[in-house]
Write a protein of this length. Structure first.
Lengths: 300, 434
């Protein structure tokens, strides 16, 4: 009801105003239709009759008084009738007003019911509209989600396919590189091995030839004479030093490779090979070796 | 399975060999060297002060290094340049002179009566600095500083601590007057700065340093009979610790300095080894054999004594565990092995050994029992290890006089100890200075 009032406040206010106006007009009408005011009451004349004339005068006075009484009674009856008429009119007006008010109330109720019905209809229509909208929105949403899921799945599938392709390509490239590196390494190793075998053969022929043996012996002797053996160079010592020489026999480098001796021993070994410079040269220049490894293994 | 190719198999085999070279290289084995002293140049140290210094520090350093027998200092007249700071040193110059190591230095004033000595040691063949060091010293004691420098250089170059700052004690006999005078002398290891700490017309014998180097035990006959005394070096205060009837001899300090082993003739007149507390109390008998047992020496762990005994006929060395058990003979080579002294590492004994009629100093390898003769005199005696174990000092005879000499434990380097005049015997090397 309150809701109804709130929703139709304006219409209600208008209806009330119109009714108020109607009532005011009717009341004003009643006031206008009232008869004019009663004539003013005149008190009887005070006089004393003295002769026949007087009597006659008195009889006339009496007649006059009787007529006055008649007029007065007539006036009272008229007044009464007028009053009754007024009351009757008033009751009629009241009845009419009551009937009008009832009619208005009924009209008003009718109007209210109509409005309520309309409002209810509008509400229902609104509800239906909203439900419809919600349903459509839901449909759209579901449609969108489905579309997205499909999109995502497609994207993932593509991604996976690309990744696999790349992986495969990389694996193949690696495999290829590895195979090539392995082949290269194998070739390298074989080359190295061949070189080593050649060098080994060369060394063996050097060491087995009289010239080579003489040269090696001369170098050995020279280094031994230059090695001031420290007290800590005891049997069990094993030190390797790689010596680089140039064709004149000049020692240009000495590098300790491995040594279980102390620093004094290592210093003495470097000094020995440096002081042995220039090393004896072979009688056949072809026998010359650019690097020599000396193994210091003192006996007791 | 894939068949392996021949090269692969060969490679696998090659890589298994631990000594396989990366590439075939000529390999030459060196099994011998020479026992020469390492050529070294000790260039005179620069001096930036006014008045000349009272001591040529470089000369003392060179002298110390020479006395070790391990180094041959170059004659100053052969030096082509005399740098005193590293920037002025040209390694190639010294290589031409066949010098392995160059020592240069500089002395600068460092306040009243003090100097700072900066020195540098170079490896000529590797072209690198081995030492850069600086120390302060009072002008009136440059000798001690020079010995310390020599010690540091020696240790850097040999890996063994130097003993140039240590001292020796020995007994000298002066026969110049009407009667003999026995003196107990303490001197620098090179024989310099001798100081008499005891003097007597009666024999003085068997000096022994306490392990802390502050006290000396020795035998003196000054009372008419032998007695063992312990004397404080700093104060000269001394007291007898054994005055038993008969013989009181051959004191030897335990490694902890709390006890003395000595030889006593005891009640029956038979010589045996005893152990007493350093104040003479608590005497314990160690040997009971009716033969002569004497000249005790402590093992470095203090648990056993080595001593000389003739229980098998001739003198030989035995070892007796102080916890009990019978003595064990440790020398078998030769007919005469006596007066044992134990090396600081406990692996070697220095003894007097009869070598084809000559009494010589020999080293006994305690693990293997082998004897190696080190000296070449006819009447060498009283060996004593230097505290670094690399040298043995002993007494020998030279033209009829008893003199002091030293030999390296490998026998390769022998030398006379200079500055010891008169008849000197029974040298003993001090421990390291604290």
């Amino acid at each position: 009801m309150l809701e109804f009032i709130r929703e139709h406040a304006l219409s209600l206010a208008a209806a009330v105003a119109i009714h108020g106006l109607l009532v005011a007009v009717m009341v004003a009408g009643l006031s206008l239709g009232r008869p004019p005011a009663e004539p003013a009451y005149r008190p009887p004349v005070q006089a004393t009759v003295v002769d026949a004339s007087e009597l006659k005068a008195a009889a006339e006075r009496k007649e006059q008084e009787r007529r006055a009484e008649e007029r007065r009674q007539e006036a009272a009856a008229a007044e009464k009738e007028r009053q009754e008429e007024l009351a009757r009119q008033r009751a009629e007006a009241e009845r009419e007003a009551r009937q009008e008010a009832e009619r208005q109330a009924s009209l008003e109720a009718e109007e209210k019911a109509r409005e309520a019905r309309l409002a209810e209809e509008r509400r229902k229509a609104e509800e239906i509209r909203k439900a419809e909208e919600a349903r459509k929105a839901e449909e759209r949403r579901q449609e969108e989600a489905r579309r997205k899921a499909e999109e995502e799945a497609r994207r993932k599938a593509e991604e996976e396919a690309r990744r696999k392709a790349e992986e495969e390509a990389r694996r193949r490239a690696e495999e290829e590189a590895r195979r090539k590196a392995e082949a290269a390494r194998q070739a390298d190793l074989e080359r190295q091995l061949r070189a080593e075998i050649e060098a080994e053969e060369r060394l063996m022929s050097l060491q087995s030839s009289a010239e080579g043996q003489a040269w090696i012996g001369a170098i050995q002797d020279r280094v031994e004479r230059n090695w001031i053996r420290p007290a800590s160079a005891t049997p069990g010592l094993q030190c390797e030093v790689r010596v680089s020489q140039i064709p004149g026999g000049q020692v240009v480098g000495a590098e300790i490779l491995r040594c279980n001796g102390d620093e004094t021993v290592q210093r003495s070994i470097v000094a020995a090979v440096m002081k042995a410079s220039p090393l004896p040269t072979p009688s056949d220049p072809a026998l010359f070796e650019r690097t020599i490894i000396f193994i210091f293994e003192p006996e007791d | 399975m894939k068949r392996l190719s021949l090269p692969v198999i060969l490679l696998a085999l090659l890589s298994c060999l631990p000594w396989a070279p990366a590439a075939a290289e000529l390999r030459i084995q060196i099994t011998r060297g020479v026992s020469e002293a390492v050529p070294i140049a000790v260039v005179p140290f620069g001096w930036s002060g006014g008045q000349a210094l009272p001591l040529d520090v470089a000369a003392v350093v060179a002298g110390d290094l020479a006395s070790s027998g391990r180094f041959a200092p170059m004659d100053r007249r052969d030096m082509v340049s005399m740098p005193s700071v590293p920037d002025d040193l040209v390694p190639a110059d010294w290589r031409l002179l066949n010098v392995d190591v160059v020592v240069i230095g500089q002395v600068v004033p460092a306040g009243p009566g003090k100097v700072e000595i900066r020195f540098h040691v170079f490896d000529v063949y590797r072209g690198q600095a081995l030492m850069d060091y600086s120390l302060e010293a009072p002008v009136n004691n440059l000798r001690a500083a020079a010995h310390r420098i020599a010690d540091m250089i020696f240790e850097r170059l040999t890996g063994v601590p130097g003993v140039f700052s240590t001292r020796i004690a020995y007994v000298s006999v002066d026969r110049s007057g009407d009667q003999e005078v026995y003196r107990l002398v303490v001197a620098d290891a090179d024989g310099a700065s001798p100081t008499v700490i005891a003097e007597s017309p009666e024999p003085i014998m068997s000096p022994a340093w306490s392990p802390d180097g502050r006290r000396m035990a020795y035998v003196s006959f000054e009372s008419g009979n032998s007695a063992v005394y312990v004397q404080e070096l700093a104060t000269g205060r001394r007291k007898p610790v054994s005055e038993a009837p008969g013989i009181n001899g051959a004191p030897a300090w335990s490694p902890d300095g709390r006890r003395l082993a000595m030889t006593l003739s005891g009640v029956d007149g038979n010589l045996d080894v005893f152990v007493v507390n350093a104040d003479g109390s608590g005497r314990q008998r160690v040997t009971t054999n009716p033969a002569i047992d004497t000249e005790a020496a402590w093992a470095p762990d203090g648990r056993s004594l080595f001593f000389t005994s003739d229980r098998a006929g001739g003198p030989q060395i035995y070892q007796r565990n102080l916890a009990g058990g019978p003595p064990r003979r440790v020398t078998f080579e030769g007919v005469y092995n006596a007066r044992p002294r134990v090396s600081p590492d406990g692996k070697t004994l220095a003894v007097v050994h009869n070598d084809r009629g000559n009494y010589r100093i020999a080293a006994v390898d305690l693990d293997r029992g082998t004897v190696r003769v080190l000296s070449d005199g006819r009447q060498d005696e009283s060996p004593s290890f230097a505290p670094n174990g690399s040298l043995i000092i002993y007494a020998t005879r030279d033209r009829g006089e008893a003199v002091l000499a030293a030999v390296s434990v490998d026998g390769r380097v022998q030398q006379r100890i200079a500055s010891t005049e008169g008849d000197v015997r029974e040298p003993v090397w001090s421990p390291y200075r604290e």
